[in-house]
Design a protein around this ligand. Structure first.
Ligand code: TXA
Ligand code: MG
Length: 313
């Protein structure tokens, strides 16, 4: 299959309307979209990414009017969170309608809904005229793509089209909040911090599966965000320099590293980390030291991604 590159949201949307799969930019990471109501097109997303069939997709909307097509009920907490953070890097899990095919939700009765705050994404979604199901546009298990070149690297020849935009702003994925329980539960930390959510709905909590309970966010049990290199999480600049060794963090380590990224802020660290992982792989780095950060604000989501990359889970 030939993968068409375009800067036109209309051209990209044409592929969606014809049952195709299209990668597109958002403010978090690039997504790989298909028409939510076209079960065959949805299956093509899973095939292109080699994604396990038990991992549900997020429905992306360009217009709030599309909500009633996909969600059968909108609890009060969801209304408050949507008022505050839509459009933005937040996904809200709601009970799904019959119209949503079960392949999209991996058999769940719920669906994650997100409205990106990204001009090109909004133009694209409006031109599609339908909600678009989209996971991140990487091969399953690889770091999420934060520029269209990373999408090419993983998916060229496997998808119909890439809508080319700038590198993404936030660099890690949306926060996923389940609003189907009495207290909203954060299933995945991300672009909206826990503190921000609690300003709007104070009871909002981080979900932690108990004992052998089935995880509520099936995706969290799969291998994630992993470069080929070994990732080691360190306090401060406690890293052993070397040619095949890389360091990313907020302070300058001593010695020479094969790849080095010193970030000026937590935001820059979050924005750069996945692209840095991919750079390291391209340059044959064997070990990547990542400086640990405080787990508050965006630091909580960043540490989640770093810990997963370090544990290979
Ligand atoms: O920022 C993002 O969220 C990006 C952009 C493209 O929007 N998308 C993204 O999708 O990261 P994905 O598929 O890579 O991650 C979605 C996560 C997975 O962990 C999945 O299990 C969880 O959200 N999820 C999706 N639908 C769910 C549902 N109905 N219930 C519980 N978890 C759900
Ligand atoms: Mg993903």
């Amino acid at each position: 299959m030939q993968t068409i590159l375009t800067e036109s949201p209309e051209v990209a949307a044409g592929f969606i309307r014809n049952g195709g799969v299209v990668a597109f930019p958002t403010e978090t990471v690039y997504g790989l979209g298909a028409n939510l109501f076209d079960a065959l097109a949805i299956k093509r997303i899973f095939a292109a990414k080699l994604r396990p069939a038990d991992n549900p997709l997020i429905a992306h909307i360009g217009d709030l009017d599309q909500l009633e097509l996909i969600a059968s009920e909108i609890p009060e907490s969801a209304i408050r969170l949507m008022d505050a953070f839509f459009p933005g890097p937040l996904t809200i899990v709601l009970p799904k309608t019959q119209k949503v095919p079960t392949v999209a939700t991996a058999g769940l009765k719920t669906i994650g809904v997100r409205m990106p705050a990204h001009g090109l994404a909004q133009d694209f979604l409006k031109a599609c005229g339908t909600p678009v199901a989209a996971p991140s546009a990487n091969l399953s298990g690889r770091p999420s793509p934060t520029d269209w070149e990373a999408v090419m690297e993983d998916l060229a020849g496997r998808i119909d089209c890439i809508l080319q935009g700038n590198p993404t702003d936030i660099g890690i994925e949306s926060t996923v909040v389940d609003c189907t329980s009495p207290v909203p539960m954060v299933l995945r930390t991300g672009g909206i911090s826990l503190e921000q959510l609690q300003e709007v709905v104070p009871e909002t909590s981080i979900y932690k599966p108990r004992g052998n309970e089935k995880p509520r966010s099936p995706g969290m049990k799969h291998r994630h965000y992993s470069p080929r290199a070994e990732v080691i999480l360190v306090e401060g600049v406690n890293a052993e320099p070397g040619e095949g060794v890389a360091f990313i963090g907020l302070q300058v380590p001593s010695g020479n590293f094969g790849e080095l990224k010193v970030c000026e802020s937590l935001e820059e660290y979050a924005r750069s980390v996945f692209a840095f992982f991919r750079d390291c792989d391209r340059h044959g780095i064997k070990t990547i030291y990542c400086q640990a950060v405080e787990e508050s604000g965006i630091g909580l989501a960043l540490m989640d991604r770093l810990k997963r990359a370090a544990s290979g889970k």
